[in-house]
Ligand binder design. Structure first.
Ligand SMILES: C[S@@+](CC[C@H](N)C(=O)[O-])C[C@H]1O[C@@H](n2cnc3c(N)ncnc32)[C@H](O)[C@@H]1O
Length: 285
């Protein structure tokens, strides 16, 4: 195990290496490892290769929780053969995990071949480069994501076609899973630009939050780490397995379904107002 003050390099049971955050006491991609989880949860589930191949013009991805860049780099590697333009906007309030990962690129594996652009991203905050046949622009928005989203500058960001949503868990990182945050995120999307957001949690609380924020929500693929994840989108056409009335009935009975306000983590059943609003969602009518 290699350690800095804030991160440790850990070897998972399958022999793959990942990062562990000392402060949050959470391991990034703890079961199948960084690249395998990124491939299953984001690349395959979003049909990224297919969507990029069919896409005309710039394709925009928001990478929320850059961390050690496993999601970002797995997406870049998976799409490098495609003659296309990709704009990748990563968000994090620290670039320390990526700095740490660069110092352990050999053990982590997924950074190999991308050390130079990743280092430039850390040093300068942006890089434009040829990623195989792909024209890639990659920038890092360093700062508190909820605060950035709430500000006027968020309106000026290119609207995403896909969002990788990968903060720490809701219990550790409640500000990143709140109803105000997802409501604002939904408002920032363009109705003319279909956009899908996969994330690793399948909790009722998260799914209710996404629905009340305006998203359509479905069951997401298994990843090897989780038997089910969640896929949200601003159009039903991007959701293969939409949550239906049986899920709604279970949500009504759940002891943990009421969205978080962003200040703290707590578990509570749906309030009457949330239940009322949930039933009016177009997905259930
Ligand atoms: C599980 S890690 C992300 C792993 C990463 N996607 C990867 O592929 O390596 C969660 C990340 O969310 C970031 N994060 C947590 N709260 C945040 C906030 N309020 N604003 C911005 N980033 C935040 C953390 O700094 C951390 O890097």
């Amino acid at each position: 195990m290699t350690t800095s003050a804030q991160y440790q390099l850990v070897r998972l049971a399958n022999g793959v290496h990942s990062l562990h955050s000392v402060a949050e006491r959470e391991t990034f991609h703890p079961v199948i490892g960084p690249a395998a989880e990124a491939e299953a949860l984001y690349v395959r589930q979003l049909r990224l290769r297919e969507r990029l191949a069919e896409h005309a013009g710039e394709f925009v991805i928001w990478d929320v929780g850059l961390g050690a860049a496993a999601n970002a780099l797995t997406a870049l590697r998976a799409t490098r053969e495609l003659d296309c333009s990709l704009r990748l906007i990563s968000f994090d309030h620290t670039n320390e995990p990526l700095r740490f990962a660069l110092d352990h690129a050999e053990a982590l594996g997924y950074l190999l071949g991308y050390e130079a652009p990743a280092r430039e991203l850390v040093e300068r905050g942006r890089i434009a480069f040829a990623n195989g046949a792909q024209r890639t622009e990659w920038e890092l928005r360093l700062g508190d994501f909820p605060a950035l989203l709430a500000g006027a500058v968020a309106e000026t960001l290119p609207k995403p076609h896909a969002i990788f949503f990968d903060p720490f868990s809701p219990a550790k990182n409640p500000a990143m899973w709140s109803l105000p945050l997802f409501t604002r995120l939904f408002q920032l999307l363009s109705p003319e630009r279909p956009c899908a957001l996969p994330t690793y949690s399948r909790s009722t609380l998260l799914r209710v939050t996404l629905l009340l924020a305006g998203f359509h929500v479905g069951a997401g693929h298994a990843t090897g780490e989780k038997e089910e994840t969640t896929l949200a989108a601003n159009t039903p056409s991007l959701i293969e397995e939409p949550l239906g009335r049986r899920w709604l009935e279970r949500a009504q009975r759940s002891h943990s379904a009421e969205p978080l306000d962003g200040l703290s983590y707590r578990q509570a059943p749906l309030s009457p107002a949330s239940w009322e609003q949930l039933q009016q969602h177009p997905q259930f009518r």
